[in-house]
Write a new protein. Sequence first.
Length: 117
Amino acid sequence: QVQLVESGGGLVQAGGSLRLSCLASRSTSSIGTMGWYRQAPGKQRELVAAITRGGSTNYADSAKGRFTISRDNAKKTVYLQMNSMKLEDTAVYFCKARLLGFSYDYWGQGTQVTVFS
């Protein structure tokens, strides 16, 4: 199993930037795809961005051109750099990971991101 701890959330003005971090409790070299999801009040949780163990990335249309996901296996961390933030980016952001060879997903506890005008 793996525990995930997100950090870096907070308040940011529209147009600003924020970087989220997700620290895994085990080497990310043993983890397959890692991803960032978000859930706004009254809405379903949705994919923001994902990155495979090999570094291939996938982004939601709303994140393309503004957000960048990356992972540092040495630091056991996956990042989400968010630029040009919009009010609609306000949500709780969750980190997800799946161990290689397994179909079970592990989730972090989430970190709140609030964008204000």
